[in-house]
Design a protein around this ligand. Structure first.
Ligand code: B12
Ligand code: SF4
Ligand code: SF4
Length: 335
Protein backbone atom coordinates (compact mmCIF):
# COMPACT_ATOMS: atom_id res chain seq x y z
CA UNK A 1 0.00 0.00 0.00
CA UNK A 2 1.26 3.44 -0.88
CA UNK A 3 1.78 5.78 2.09
CA UNK A 4 3.27 9.31 2.15
CA UNK A 5 6.53 7.79 3.53
CA UNK A 6 6.61 5.26 0.69
CA UNK A 7 5.95 8.01 -1.92
CA UNK A 8 8.70 10.20 -0.45
CA UNK A 9 11.19 7.32 -0.71
CA UNK A 10 10.13 6.50 -4.28
CA UNK A 11 10.69 10.09 -5.33
CA UNK A 12 13.99 10.21 -3.42
CA UNK A 13 15.29 7.20 -5.33
CA UNK A 14 14.21 8.92 -8.56
CA UNK A 15 16.37 11.92 -7.53
CA UNK A 16 19.42 9.64 -7.41
CA UNK A 17 19.80 8.53 -3.80
CA UNK A 18 21.02 4.95 -3.62
CA UNK A 19 19.77 4.19 -0.11
CA UNK A 20 17.19 5.84 2.10
CA UNK A 21 15.79 5.16 5.53
CA UNK A 22 13.85 6.90 8.29
CA UNK A 23 15.03 7.20 11.91
CA UNK A 24 12.61 8.11 14.69
CA UNK A 25 13.56 11.02 16.95
CA UNK A 26 12.06 11.75 20.34
CA UNK A 27 9.90 14.83 20.27
CA UNK A 28 8.89 16.85 23.29
CA UNK A 29 5.83 18.21 21.44
CA UNK A 30 2.59 17.34 23.22
CA UNK A 31 0.04 15.14 21.48
CA UNK A 32 2.55 13.34 19.26
CA UNK A 33 2.92 9.54 19.21
CA UNK A 34 5.82 8.24 21.28
CA UNK A 35 7.89 5.06 21.18
CA UNK A 36 9.19 3.27 24.25
CA UNK A 37 12.89 3.39 23.16
CA UNK A 38 12.88 7.07 22.25
CA UNK A 39 15.63 9.21 23.73
CA UNK A 40 18.09 6.36 24.16
CA UNK A 41 20.18 6.96 21.03
CA UNK A 42 20.80 10.69 21.68
CA UNK A 43 21.87 9.89 25.25
CA UNK A 44 24.25 7.13 24.07
CA UNK A 45 25.70 9.47 21.42
CA UNK A 46 26.12 12.31 23.87
CA UNK A 47 28.05 10.04 26.26
CA UNK A 48 30.23 8.60 23.48
CA UNK A 49 30.97 12.00 22.01
CA UNK A 50 31.92 13.41 25.43
CA UNK A 51 34.25 10.44 26.10
CA UNK A 52 35.84 10.80 22.64
CA UNK A 53 36.42 14.53 23.12
CA UNK A 54 37.76 13.99 26.66
CA UNK A 55 40.39 11.62 25.19
CA UNK A 56 41.51 14.40 22.85
CA UNK A 57 40.91 12.19 19.79
CA UNK A 58 39.54 15.16 17.83
CA UNK A 59 42.94 16.89 17.73
CA UNK A 60 42.64 20.44 16.38
CA UNK A 61 39.01 19.99 15.21
CA UNK A 62 37.85 22.15 18.09
CA UNK A 63 34.54 22.87 16.34
CA UNK A 64 33.52 19.36 17.47
CA UNK A 65 33.74 20.55 21.10
CA UNK A 66 31.09 23.21 20.51
CA UNK A 67 27.83 22.14 22.11
CA UNK A 68 28.04 18.32 22.17
CA UNK A 69 24.46 18.21 23.48
CA UNK A 70 23.15 19.85 20.31
CA UNK A 71 25.34 17.55 18.18
CA UNK A 72 23.76 14.45 19.69
CA UNK A 73 20.18 15.75 20.05
CA UNK A 74 18.51 16.52 16.69
CA UNK A 75 15.51 18.15 18.34
CA UNK A 76 17.82 20.94 19.50
CA UNK A 77 18.77 21.53 15.84
CA UNK A 78 15.14 21.45 14.64
CA UNK A 79 12.66 21.94 17.47
CA UNK A 80 9.88 19.35 17.27
CA UNK A 81 11.97 17.07 15.03
CA UNK A 82 10.24 13.67 14.85
CA UNK A 83 11.95 11.92 11.95
CA UNK A 84 15.27 11.98 10.14
CA UNK A 85 15.33 10.95 6.51
CA UNK A 86 18.85 9.53 6.07
CA UNK A 87 20.21 9.17 2.55
CA UNK A 88 23.32 7.64 1.05
CA UNK A 89 24.90 8.01 -2.38
CA UNK A 90 27.34 5.41 -3.68
CA UNK A 91 30.54 7.07 -4.93
CA UNK A 92 32.61 3.98 -5.81
CA UNK A 93 34.23 4.84 -9.15
CA UNK A 94 35.19 1.26 -10.09
CA UNK A 95 38.26 2.61 -11.87
CA UNK A 96 41.68 1.92 -10.27
CA UNK A 97 44.79 4.08 -10.63
CA UNK A 98 48.25 2.51 -10.37
CA UNK A 99 49.60 2.86 -6.82
CA UNK A 100 53.27 3.79 -7.09
CA UNK A 101 55.46 5.86 -4.74
CA UNK A 102 56.09 8.66 -7.26
CA UNK A 103 52.35 9.22 -7.77
CA UNK A 104 50.21 10.87 -5.09
CA UNK A 105 47.18 8.98 -3.83
CA UNK A 106 43.80 10.65 -3.27
CA UNK A 107 40.89 9.04 -1.40
CA UNK A 108 38.13 7.89 -3.74
CA UNK A 109 35.43 10.18 -2.38
CA UNK A 110 37.50 13.12 -3.64
CA UNK A 111 38.11 11.99 -7.22
CA UNK A 112 35.17 13.93 -8.64
CA UNK A 113 32.86 16.77 -7.64
CA UNK A 114 32.48 17.68 -3.97
CA UNK A 115 29.82 15.39 -2.46
CA UNK A 116 28.40 18.24 -0.38
CA UNK A 117 27.29 19.92 -3.59
CA UNK A 118 25.99 16.70 -5.17
CA UNK A 119 23.89 15.71 -2.16
CA UNK A 120 22.73 19.21 -1.18
CA UNK A 121 20.93 19.75 -4.51
CA UNK A 122 19.09 16.44 -4.27
CA UNK A 123 18.20 17.03 -0.61
CA UNK A 124 16.68 20.43 -1.40
CA UNK A 125 14.45 18.77 -4.00
CA UNK A 126 13.44 16.06 -1.52
CA UNK A 127 12.64 18.67 1.14
CA UNK A 128 10.07 20.19 -1.24
CA UNK A 129 8.51 16.76 -1.75
CA UNK A 130 8.19 16.25 2.04
CA UNK A 131 6.65 19.70 2.41
CA UNK A 132 4.10 18.91 -0.33
CA UNK A 133 3.15 15.67 1.45
CA UNK A 134 3.06 17.30 4.89
CA UNK A 135 1.96 20.93 4.54
CA UNK A 136 2.88 23.03 7.57
CA UNK A 137 5.64 20.69 8.79
CA UNK A 138 9.24 21.92 8.92
CA UNK A 139 12.32 20.43 7.26
CA UNK A 140 16.05 21.09 7.39
CA UNK A 141 18.71 19.34 5.32
CA UNK A 142 22.42 18.83 5.92
CA UNK A 143 25.43 17.13 4.39
CA UNK A 144 28.25 16.86 6.89
CA UNK A 145 28.17 20.50 7.93
CA UNK A 146 25.23 20.44 10.35
CA UNK A 147 25.50 19.39 13.97
CA UNK A 148 24.13 15.90 13.21
CA UNK A 149 26.17 12.74 13.89
CA UNK A 150 25.39 11.15 10.58
CA UNK A 151 26.74 7.60 10.97
CA UNK A 152 24.73 6.53 14.03
CA UNK A 153 21.56 8.06 12.59
CA UNK A 154 22.21 6.26 9.31
CA UNK A 155 22.51 3.00 11.26
CA UNK A 156 19.32 3.83 13.14
CA UNK A 157 17.57 4.43 9.80
CA UNK A 158 18.66 1.00 8.55
CA UNK A 159 21.22 2.12 5.94
CA UNK A 160 23.84 -0.24 7.36
CA UNK A 161 25.94 -0.42 10.51
CA UNK A 162 28.94 1.35 12.01
CA UNK A 163 31.95 -0.85 11.30
CA UNK A 164 34.97 -1.21 13.55
CA UNK A 165 36.76 1.49 11.49
CA UNK A 166 33.91 3.81 12.67
CA UNK A 167 32.35 4.31 9.21
CA UNK A 168 28.97 3.15 8.02
CA UNK A 169 29.09 -0.14 6.09
CA UNK A 170 26.29 -1.12 3.75
CA UNK A 171 25.71 -4.77 2.92
CA UNK A 172 24.65 -3.54 -0.55
CA UNK A 173 27.31 -0.88 -1.30
CA UNK A 174 30.14 -1.76 1.10
CA UNK A 175 32.25 1.16 2.38
CA UNK A 176 31.33 3.60 -0.37
CA UNK A 177 28.36 5.70 0.75
CA UNK A 178 28.42 9.38 1.51
CA UNK A 179 25.62 10.49 3.79
CA UNK A 180 23.14 13.32 4.12
CA UNK A 181 19.88 13.90 5.95
CA UNK A 182 16.63 15.81 6.28
CA UNK A 183 15.33 16.56 9.74
CA UNK A 184 11.58 17.02 9.81
CA UNK A 185 8.77 17.63 12.24
CA UNK A 186 6.62 15.29 10.09
CA UNK A 187 5.97 11.84 11.56
CA UNK A 188 7.24 9.40 8.91
CA UNK A 189 7.22 5.61 9.22
CA UNK A 190 10.53 4.56 10.81
CA UNK A 191 12.74 1.77 9.47
CA UNK A 192 14.40 -0.95 11.54
CA UNK A 193 17.99 -0.15 12.59
CA UNK A 194 20.90 -1.84 10.79
CA UNK A 195 22.54 -4.85 12.45
CA UNK A 196 26.31 -4.94 13.07
CA UNK A 197 27.72 -7.68 10.84
CA UNK A 198 31.43 -7.16 11.66
CA UNK A 199 31.52 -10.26 13.87
CA UNK A 200 35.08 -11.31 14.75
CA UNK A 201 36.62 -9.53 11.72
CA UNK A 202 39.37 -7.00 12.51
CA UNK A 203 40.78 -6.47 9.01
CA UNK A 204 40.29 -2.70 9.00
CA UNK A 205 42.10 -2.32 12.33
CA UNK A 206 45.05 -4.33 11.02
CA UNK A 207 45.10 -2.44 7.69
CA UNK A 208 45.48 0.99 9.26
CA UNK A 209 49.07 2.15 8.64
CA UNK A 210 49.14 4.48 11.68
CA UNK A 211 47.20 2.39 14.25
CA UNK A 212 44.61 5.14 14.37
CA UNK A 213 41.78 2.73 15.22
CA UNK A 214 42.79 2.44 18.85
CA UNK A 215 40.10 -0.12 19.61
CA UNK A 216 37.05 -1.38 17.71
CA UNK A 217 34.70 1.53 16.93
CA UNK A 218 37.09 4.19 18.28
CA UNK A 219 39.27 6.39 16.09
CA UNK A 220 42.10 8.60 17.30
CA UNK A 221 41.74 11.21 14.58
CA UNK A 222 45.13 12.74 15.44
CA UNK A 223 46.77 9.58 14.06
CA UNK A 224 44.45 9.26 11.05
CA UNK A 225 45.95 10.12 7.65
CA UNK A 226 42.61 11.50 6.55
CA UNK A 227 42.77 14.07 9.37
CA UNK A 228 46.46 14.81 8.85
CA UNK A 229 46.10 15.44 5.10
CA UNK A 230 42.70 17.22 5.09
CA UNK A 231 41.91 18.84 8.43
CA UNK A 232 45.25 19.44 10.12
CA UNK A 233 46.65 22.92 9.45
CA UNK A 234 50.16 22.50 10.93
CA UNK A 235 53.39 22.47 8.96
CA UNK A 236 55.25 19.39 7.73
CA UNK A 237 57.52 19.55 10.81
CA UNK A 238 54.52 19.74 13.17
CA UNK A 239 53.54 16.20 12.12
CA UNK A 240 55.57 13.60 14.04
CA UNK A 241 58.19 11.94 11.83
CA UNK A 242 56.72 8.48 12.54
CA UNK A 243 53.34 9.54 11.13
CA UNK A 244 54.82 11.43 8.16
CA UNK A 245 56.64 8.27 7.12
CA UNK A 246 53.46 6.18 7.41
CA UNK A 247 51.56 8.63 5.22
CA UNK A 248 53.50 7.14 2.29
CA UNK A 249 52.19 8.58 -0.98
CA UNK A 250 48.79 9.66 0.39
CA UNK A 251 48.29 13.33 -0.38
CA UNK A 252 44.56 13.65 0.39
CA UNK A 253 42.53 11.34 2.62
CA UNK A 254 42.99 7.61 3.06
CA UNK A 255 40.97 4.56 2.06
CA UNK A 256 43.03 1.73 3.58
CA UNK A 257 40.52 0.73 6.26
CA UNK A 258 37.64 1.04 3.79
CA UNK A 259 39.32 -0.86 0.96
CA UNK A 260 39.99 -3.97 3.02
CA UNK A 261 36.39 -4.52 4.16
CA UNK A 262 34.99 -7.85 2.91
CA UNK A 263 31.57 -6.24 2.39
CA UNK A 264 32.99 -4.39 -0.63
CA UNK A 265 32.51 -7.57 -2.58
CA UNK A 266 29.10 -6.16 -3.54
CA UNK A 267 30.43 -2.69 -4.47
CA UNK A 268 28.80 -1.30 -7.58
CA UNK A 269 29.97 1.44 -9.88
CA UNK A 270 28.48 4.84 -9.02
CA UNK A 271 25.46 6.03 -11.02
CA UNK A 272 26.32 9.63 -10.18
CA UNK A 273 28.27 11.30 -13.01
CA UNK A 274 29.56 13.97 -10.63
CA UNK A 275 31.72 11.34 -8.91
CA UNK A 276 33.62 10.44 -12.07
CA UNK A 277 37.33 11.36 -11.72
CA UNK A 278 38.41 14.92 -12.54
CA UNK A 279 41.41 15.27 -14.92
CA UNK A 280 43.70 16.31 -12.01
CA UNK A 281 43.42 12.92 -10.26
CA UNK A 282 44.80 11.26 -13.40
CA UNK A 283 47.92 13.46 -13.23
CA UNK A 284 49.27 13.13 -9.72
CA UNK A 285 52.96 12.76 -10.47
CA UNK A 286 54.64 14.18 -7.35
CA UNK A 287 57.45 15.99 -9.23
CA UNK A 288 54.86 17.78 -11.35
CA UNK A 289 52.57 18.54 -8.42
CA UNK A 290 55.45 20.20 -6.55
CA UNK A 291 55.72 22.63 -9.47
CA UNK A 292 52.03 23.45 -9.50
CA UNK A 293 51.31 27.13 -8.86
CA UNK A 294 48.45 28.40 -6.71
CA UNK A 295 46.49 29.68 -9.74
CA UNK A 296 46.66 26.25 -11.40
CA UNK A 297 45.60 24.56 -8.14
CA UNK A 298 42.58 26.87 -7.87
CA UNK A 299 41.59 26.25 -11.49
CA UNK A 300 42.03 22.46 -11.39
CA UNK A 301 40.22 21.96 -8.08
CA UNK A 302 37.09 23.99 -8.90
CA UNK A 303 34.13 22.12 -7.25
CA UNK A 304 36.52 19.45 -5.92
CA UNK A 305 36.98 18.46 -2.23
CA UNK A 306 40.74 18.80 -2.82
CA UNK A 307 40.38 22.52 -2.03
CA UNK A 308 39.68 21.79 1.63
CA UNK A 309 43.32 21.88 2.91
CA UNK A 310 43.96 24.92 0.68
CA UNK A 311 46.97 25.25 -1.59
CA UNK A 312 49.42 25.42 1.35
CA UNK A 313 48.09 22.22 2.96
CA UNK A 314 48.01 20.37 -0.35
CA UNK A 315 51.63 21.37 -1.08
CA UNK A 316 52.66 20.25 2.43
CA UNK A 317 51.12 16.83 1.75
CA UNK A 318 52.91 16.60 -1.59
CA UNK A 319 56.26 17.44 0.01
CA UNK A 320 55.76 14.72 2.64
CA UNK A 321 54.91 12.14 -0.04
CA UNK A 322 57.87 13.31 -2.15
CA UNK A 323 60.26 12.95 0.84
CA UNK A 324 58.87 9.47 1.50
CA UNK A 325 59.42 8.49 -2.11
CA UNK A 326 63.03 9.75 -2.05
CA UNK A 327 63.75 7.88 1.20
CA UNK A 328 62.22 4.73 -0.24
CA UNK A 329 64.17 4.92 -3.50
CA UNK A 330 67.47 5.63 -1.70
CA UNK A 331 66.95 2.68 0.69
CA UNK A 332 66.10 0.42 -2.29
CA UNK A 333 69.22 1.48 -4.21
CA UNK A 334 71.41 0.98 -1.07
CA UNK A 335 70.33 -2.69 -0.86
C1 B12 B 1 34.95 14.72 11.98
C2 B12 B 1 34.83 13.81 10.80
C3 B12 B 1 35.97 13.14 10.38
C4 B12 B 1 37.25 13.09 11.23
C5 B12 B 1 37.02 12.10 12.39
C6 B12 B 1 36.43 10.76 11.90
C7 B12 B 1 35.62 10.01 12.92
N1 B12 B 1 35.63 8.70 12.80
O1 B12 B 1 34.98 10.61 13.78
C8 B12 B 1 38.32 12.66 10.19
C9 B12 B 1 38.94 13.89 9.57
C10 B12 B 1 39.41 11.76 10.71
C11 B12 B 1 37.42 11.97 9.15
C12 B12 B 1 37.90 11.02 8.27
C13 B12 B 1 37.11 10.36 7.34
N2 B12 B 1 35.86 10.66 7.01
CO1 B12 B 1 34.77 11.93 8.02
N3 B12 B 1 33.55 12.96 9.00
C14 B12 B 1 33.60 13.64 10.10
C15 B12 B 1 32.25 14.24 10.49
C16 B12 B 1 32.22 15.70 10.02
C17 B12 B 1 31.88 14.19 11.96
C18 B12 B 1 32.07 12.79 12.59
C19 B12 B 1 31.98 12.85 14.08
O2 B12 B 1 31.06 13.40 14.66
N4 B12 B 1 32.99 12.31 14.72
C20 B12 B 1 33.06 12.29 16.14
C21 B12 B 1 32.96 10.85 16.63
C22 B12 B 1 32.94 10.84 18.14
O3 B12 B 1 31.75 10.42 16.17
P1 B12 B 1 31.48 9.10 15.33
O4 B12 B 1 32.59 8.56 14.57
O5 B12 B 1 30.22 9.41 14.61
O6 B12 B 1 31.34 8.07 16.49
C23 B12 B 1 30.20 7.88 17.16
C24 B12 B 1 29.45 6.72 16.61
O7 B12 B 1 30.31 5.90 15.84
C25 B12 B 1 28.90 6.09 17.81
N5 B12 B 1 29.10 4.66 17.91
C26 B12 B 1 30.08 3.88 17.49
N6 B12 B 1 29.85 2.63 17.84
C27 B12 B 1 28.69 2.62 18.48
C28 B12 B 1 27.98 1.60 19.06
C29 B12 B 1 26.80 1.91 19.72
C30 B12 B 1 26.07 0.83 20.37
C31 B12 B 1 26.30 3.26 19.76
C32 B12 B 1 25.05 3.64 20.44
C33 B12 B 1 27.03 4.26 19.14
C34 B12 B 1 28.21 3.93 18.52
O8 B12 B 1 29.52 6.66 18.96
C35 B12 B 1 30.60 7.45 18.56
C36 B12 B 1 30.84 8.58 19.52
O9 B12 B 1 29.71 9.36 19.72
C37 B12 B 1 31.28 13.33 9.64
C38 B12 B 1 29.99 14.00 9.19
C39 B12 B 1 28.97 14.04 10.31
N7 B12 B 1 28.39 15.21 10.51
O10 B12 B 1 28.72 13.04 10.96
C40 B12 B 1 32.17 12.92 8.44
C41 B12 B 1 32.01 11.49 7.88
C42 B12 B 1 31.95 10.55 9.04
N8 B12 B 1 33.26 11.25 7.16
C43 B12 B 1 33.10 10.53 6.13
C44 B12 B 1 34.18 10.00 5.35
C45 B12 B 1 33.83 9.44 3.97
C46 B12 B 1 35.48 9.99 5.87
C47 B12 B 1 36.70 9.23 5.30
C48 B12 B 1 36.36 7.85 4.78
C49 B12 B 1 37.35 10.09 4.17
C50 B12 B 1 38.62 9.50 3.57
N9 B12 B 1 38.52 8.51 2.70
O11 B12 B 1 39.71 9.96 3.87
C51 B12 B 1 37.64 9.19 6.55
C52 B12 B 1 37.44 7.90 7.37
C53 B12 B 1 38.34 7.80 8.58
C54 B12 B 1 37.76 6.84 9.61
N10 B12 B 1 38.30 5.63 9.72
O12 B12 B 1 36.80 7.21 10.30
C55 B12 B 1 31.64 10.16 5.88
C56 B12 B 1 31.43 8.69 6.28
C57 B12 B 1 30.44 7.96 5.39
C58 B12 B 1 30.24 6.56 5.90
N11 B12 B 1 29.93 5.65 5.00
O13 B12 B 1 30.35 6.30 7.08
C59 B12 B 1 30.90 11.21 6.79
C60 B12 B 1 29.61 10.70 7.42
C61 B12 B 1 30.62 12.46 5.91
C62 B12 B 1 29.42 12.26 4.97
N12 B12 B 1 28.46 13.16 5.02
O14 B12 B 1 29.33 11.31 4.22
N13 B12 B 1 36.15 12.38 9.25
S1 SF4 C 1 41.53 6.40 7.04
FE1 SF4 C 1 43.60 5.45 6.93
S2 SF4 C 1 44.73 6.29 8.67
FE2 SF4 C 1 42.54 6.73 9.03
S3 SF4 C 1 41.81 5.00 10.24
FE3 SF4 C 1 41.44 4.43 8.11
S4 SF4 C 1 43.29 3.34 7.49
FE4 SF4 C 1 43.79 4.41 9.39
S1 SF4 D 1 36.83 -4.72 7.75
FE1 SF4 D 1 35.77 -6.20 9.09
S2 SF4 D 1 35.72 -5.21 11.11
FE2 SF4 D 1 36.19 -3.61 9.60
S3 SF4 D 1 34.22 -2.73 9.08
FE3 SF4 D 1 34.61 -4.34 7.55
S4 SF4 D 1 33.63 -6.18 8.43
FE4 SF4 D 1 33.79 -4.69 10.09
Amino acid sequence: MSTPTHDIKTQGYALGFDVMGIARVASPLPGRPRQSTEGSLPTALWERLQAWLASGFHGTMTWLERDPYRRSHPESVLPGCQSIVMVGVNYWPKEEFPDSPEVGRVARYAWGKDYHKILAEKLKALELIIQQNYPGEHTRSYVDTGAIMEKPWAQQAGLGWIGKHTNLVSSEFGSWLVLGEILTTAFLEADDPGTDLCGSCTLCIQACPTDAIVKPYVLDAERCISYLTIEYRGTQEDIPEELRRKMGNKIFGCDDCLDICPFNVHAQSTKEKGFHPFPLVRQLNLDQLLEMRKEAFEAKTHESPLRRPKYEGFQRNIRIAWDNQKKQSSSTSAQ
